[in-house]
Design a binder for this molecule. Structure first.
Ligand SMILES: [Zn+2]
Length: 450
């Protein structure tokens, strides 16, 4: 064999077989050898992991709001991908809204690709948006490489990305199914939320009551039936209501093509402990009770929830209204891209899960959702996207020291297990102070564009 570029020797590597000790060889950005730990391989560079370190595949985060261009003061490709790299995430898929323009036609996609090009330390792909009036744009977006289409069933939070009216959904699903794409859905029912009391003031309970579980349950039930009728592939974004798990299981048993994600914050925090006025905890759907959180963990245990992705949705401190602490007026969104892995690992280990489980939820599963067949696992032929992780090391999150553009996150001050020591993209260690080497990904292609 020609000499390897990089050789990792680790006592613990998370592969499809679980944790094993291996030597992992990389050539031209690809994993080309996985052999016994002490196999006689040579490489230009050898990385010997410490006894407290584990080699993981780089994470794939399919739910990130980068917000550039248009709301670049909220985040941006340089800051988001720096945070991703420091958090062990090697691929992000950007959501179609909160940037201006939203990604609802090919021209807008090209604007976003232009904003990301040359600024991204990790690989970046894009979701398209399905909004009223853009049905004719979906094919073009699909052909231009978006990974699927996002829609809302209620006001999205920004006026330029409008929700699909109920009567439009079936037609959109038929189009999406015909293209072999998928619809990813913010599932909360508009009417149910309209009937609930509007949130105001600093009491978290009031905000929680304004976004009841019923609104999620209803929207998911409604979506599942339309997925059943059309045969389209749908994905439920940011599941918070554990009530919906039995009906998701039932639909799957019937063959409905549905996948489900939840987010680190729903698995970490509990409504009972959100302090009054702490709007950094506000997101939609909301963080619910401790009992609900435990049922979400059970959903992961039983494979009813497929993946855990960040829904990193930051904004400026000003828009969080931390001065007044009013949950009614504060922007709804949680910043967590850099701390998602330690947050989920901290909760997972406490509940008896392994690192291999976490890798399944945060790397392999999201890669599968996006059809990124060359990402998300340590296996022959995959991109050498890797994370050197020290699972027993601990740290306290300091929001000001994260690479997120705005130092606002509910994880601030929280002690977490698991430190990301190195992140590698296509066989090269990411140096966030150096030139960005991330590529722009298109669905169904491997190499991406610089
Ligand atoms: Zn989101």
């Amino acid at each position: 064999m020609t000499e390897l570029d990089v050789l990792f020797r680790a006592r613990r590597v998370v592969t499809g077989l679980g944790e094993v000790d291996r030597a992992v060889g990389v050539k031209d950005g690809e994993i080309v050898a996985i052999e016994a730990y002490d196999a006689p391989l040579t490489a230009a560079e050898t990385v010997e992991l410490g006894p407290d370190e584990v080699l993981l595949p780089g994470l794939v985060d399919t739910h990130v709001h980068v917000n550039e261009p248009g709301r670049t003061e909220w985040e941006g490709f340089a800051s988001a991908t720096t945070a991703a790299a420091l958090g062990g995430v090697t691929t992000i898929i950007d959501m179609p809204l909160n940037s201006v323009p939203p990604t609802i036609d090919v021209a807008a996609l090209e604007v976003k690709r232009g904003a990301a090009a040359g600024r991204s330390h990790v690989d970046v792909g894009f979701w398209g948006g399905a909004v009223p009036g853009n049905a004719e744009e979906l094919r073009g977006l699909h052909d231009a490489g978006v990974f699927g289409f996002k829609c809302f069933l209620l006001h999205s939070g920004v006026d330029e990305f409008r929700p699909l009216p109920p009567e439009d959904l079936e037609g959109v699903l038929e189009r999406v199914a015909a293209m072999g794409s998928q619809l990813i859905v913010h599932a909360e029912d508009a009417a149910a939320i309209d009937r609930a009391e509007a949130p105001h003031g600093g009491t978290y309970r009031r905000f929680l009551d304004s976004r009841p579980r019923g609104a999620e349950n209803l929207a998911i039930a409604w979506l599942l039936e339309r997925a059943r009728w059309t045969g389209a592939r749908v994905h439920v974004l940011h599941l918070s209501s554990s009530d919906a798990l039995p009906m998701l299981a039932s639909a799957r048993r019937d063959g409905v093509r549905v996948s489900v994600e939840t987010c680190p914050h729903y698995l970490t925090f509990e409504a009972e402990e959100v302090p009054d006025g702490a709007t950094q905890f506000k997101c939609c759907p909301p963080i619910r009770e401790a009992e609900n959180r435990e049922l979400l963990w059970e959903g992961l245990r039983h494979n009813l929830i497929d993946i855990v992705v960040s829904d990193h949705s930051p904004c400026t401190a000003e828009l969080k209204h931390l001065d007044t602490g009013d949950f009614g007026t504060a922007w709804g969104g949680i910043a967590s891209l850099q701390v998602g892995l330690p947050a989920v690992w901290s909760g997972a280990r406490r509940r008896g899960h392994s690192l291999a489980d976490v890798v399944g939820w945060m790397a392999t599963g999201p890669a599968r959702l996006a059809g990124l067949t060359h990402k998300g696992s340590v296996a022959l032929g995959k991109d050498a996207d890797l994370c050197v992780f020290a699972p027993d090391a601990t740290f306290v999150v300091d929001a000001r020291r994260l690479a997120h553009r705005n130092p606002v996150t509910p994880y601030d001050g929280r002690a977490l297990s698991g430190v990301v020591r190195q992140t590698w993209l296509r066989g090269r260690r990411i140096d966030v102070t150096g030139p960005p080497a991330g590529r722009l990904l298109r669905r169904g292609t491997r190499t991406g564009d610089r």
